[in-house]
Design a protein around this ligand. Structure first.
Ligand SMILES: [Zn+2]
Ligand SMILES: [Zn+2]
Length: 408
C-alpha cells in the first residue's frame, strides 16, 4: 500500500495551518505544556487512536492499529513505525511580526516545533483515514521538552517505544529550518547527523591572599587560564581530526579586585562530539587533564563532566528509505544528502539509540527570503513558512505507510 499523500495533505492544509497558528500564539516551554497538549488532544479527538498522556511530562502518545493486508486480523500487529513531533517552545521574545505572533511575553516557537506538532496531527488524520490499508501500527510521539529537558528520554522511560505492544521497526522525526536550507528541500545523511552536547564544569581551588604577595597564596587564575589553552591543545593533539571534538569555554569567572587573589576560579565548557567513541574519550580525558594541571601547580580542581544529549545517529538503511519516501511524495530533487553533521543536538538521539531510524530536516525558509541569510532557528526573527506544513504532513504519513508496506 503506497499512495501519494500530498493531495490529501493539501486538502487539510487550512485546518493544519490554523492549528499551527493556535499553538504558535500560546507557546509553552519545557516539560509541562498543558495548553499545547490540550490542542493536540482536541485535534485528535474522534480518530481511531489509543491515546495515553504522560505522567512526568505533558506528552501525548497515540497508537493507530492498521487493518491492512499483512497486518493479520483486525488489531493484530504487523510491524510498528514511530513518528516523533516535538511540541515545546523557547524563552525568546518574538520579533517576527507574523499575524499569529506569540501572545506570551518572552516565549516563542523559535525552533518550529509548532509546525512539527501540527504536521504530526495531520499525519495521524491521513493515516487514520487509510487505516484499512495500513499493514501495521503507527505510534505518534508528541513530545514536550526537546530544548534541553530531555523529554524524549522521559517518554521512553514511560514506555513510548512499547506503546503498540512491540518495538517499532523504524522511527522517524522531521525538523524544519527557517534558514540554511531553501524552502521545500529536505536534507539528511546516514550516520551521525547531529552532535552530542555535553558540559564540563570546572572550579579551580586555590588559596586567596594579597595581590602583592602571591607566594603567600595559591593563585587559581593562571592555572585556570592554562587549563583553557591546554584543553584546546588536547583537542588538536589527542583526537582524530576526522572524528572531531569542539570544545568552547563559554564562561570564565574569577576574582573581585586587582589586588586580591581569589580562592577560586571557575569556567564552563560546551563539548560537542560526533561519535560515541570520541565522546567517551573526551569525557575521560578532559576532567583528568584539568585535575592533573591543578595538581601540578599545587592546587586542586573540581571537574564535572555533565552528560547532555547523545550523538544523533541515523541508520544507513532507514536513511536510504527516508530518501526514497521523499522521492515518492515530493520528488527526488527535493532530497539532499548533506556532507557533514550539524553541530546542534537533539534528544531524538535517545530514540535512535534503541530503534533504527532517521532524522530529516525540512526547509521552511520563507520562499522570498535568502536561506543563507534568513534568521535561523532560535532567533527572535525566525519565520517558518506555512507552505511547509502540507509537505511535512504528507512526508510523515508516507514514511509510516511506506515503511510498513516494505515490511509486509
Ligand atoms: Zn531548537
Ligand atoms: Zn528543534
Amino acid at each position: 500500500m503506497v499512495t501519494p499523500f500530498l493531495d490529501d495533505a493539501k486538502a487539510i492544509a487550512p485546518e493544519i495551518t490554523e492549528l499551527r497558528h493556535a499553538i504558535h500564539r500560546e507557546p509553552e516551554v519545557g516539560l509541562d505544556l498543558p495548553l499545547t497538549q490540550g490542542k493536540v488532544l482536541a485535534a485528535l479527538d474522534g480518530l481511531p487512536l489509543e491515546i495515553t498522556c504522560g505522567r512526568a511530562l505533558s506528552s501525548v502518545t497515540a497508537v493507530l492499529r492498521g487493518r491492512g493486508a499483512g497486518g493479520g486480523a483486525a488489531g493484530s500487529p504487523g510491524g510498528t513505525v514511530l513518528l516523533r513531533g516535538d511540541m515545546d517552545a523557547l524563552p525568546v521574545a518574538e520579533r517576527t511580526g507574523v499575524p499569529y505572533t506569540s501572545q506570551t511575553d518572552g516565549v516563542m516557537h523559535a525552533c518550529g516545533h509548532d509546525l512539527h506538532t501540527a504536521m504530526l496531527v495531520g499525519a495521524a488524520r491521513l493515516l487514520s483515514a487509510r487505516r484499512d490499508d495500513l499493514p501495521g501500527n503507527v505510534i505518534f510521539m508528541f513530545q514536550p521538552g526537546e530544548e534541553g529537558a530531555g523529554g524524549a528520554k522521559l517518554m521512553i522511560e514511560e514506555g513510548v517505544l512499547d506503546a503498540a505492544g512491540e518495538r517499532p521497526v523504524a522511527a522517524f522525526a522531521l525538523h524544519v529550518g527557517s534558514g540554511l536550507l531553501p524552502f521545500g528541500l529536505t536534507a539528511s545523511r546516514p550516520g551521525p547527523v547531529l552532535a552530542a552536547a555535553d558540559t564540563l564544569r570546572v572550579t579551580v581551588r586555590g588559596r586567596g591572599g594579597h595581590g602583592a604577595q602571591p607566594h603567600m597564596a595559591a593563585d587559581p587564575i593562571p592555572v585556570a587560564c592554562e587549563m583553557v589553552t591546554a584543553l584546546q591543545t588536547m583537542v588538536t593533539r589527542r583526537f582524530d581530526v576526522f572524528d572531531p571534538v569542539v570544545l568552547t569555554v563559554g564562561t570564565f569567572h574569577a576574582g573581585t579586585a586587582d589586588n586580591v587573589i581569589p580562592d577560586t576560579a571557575a569556567f564552563v565548557t560546551t563539548v560537542r562530539t560526533f561519535s560515541a567513541q570520541a565522546r567517551d574519550a573526551v569525557r575521560d580525558a578532559a576532567p583528568n587533564l584539568v585535575r592533573q594541571l591543578a595538581a601540578a601547580h599545587g592546587l586542586s580542581a573540581d571537574a564535572d563532566f555533565v552528560d547532555g544529549y547523545p550523538v544523533t545517529v541515523n541508520d544507513n538503511a532507514e536513511t536510504d528509505f527516508a530518501a526514497g519516501a521523499v522521492g515518492a511524495v515530493l520528488g527526488a530533487h527535493r532530497y539532499l544528502t548533506v556532507p557533514n553533521p550539524l553541530t546542534g543536538s537533539e534528544d531524538f538521539s535517545y530514540v535512535l539509540e534503541q530503534v533504527p531510524g532517521a532524522f530529516v530536516m525540512l526547509g521552511a525558509c520563507p520562499p522570498d527570503a535568502d536561506p543563507a541569510t534568513a534568521p535561523y532557528n532560535h532567533s527572535a526573527e525566525a519565520v517558518f513558512d506555512d507552505g511547509a506544513l502540507a509537505d511535512g504532513v504528507a512526508l510523515y504519513a508516507e514514511l509510516a505507510a511506506r515503511r510498513l508496506a516494505a515490511d509486509n
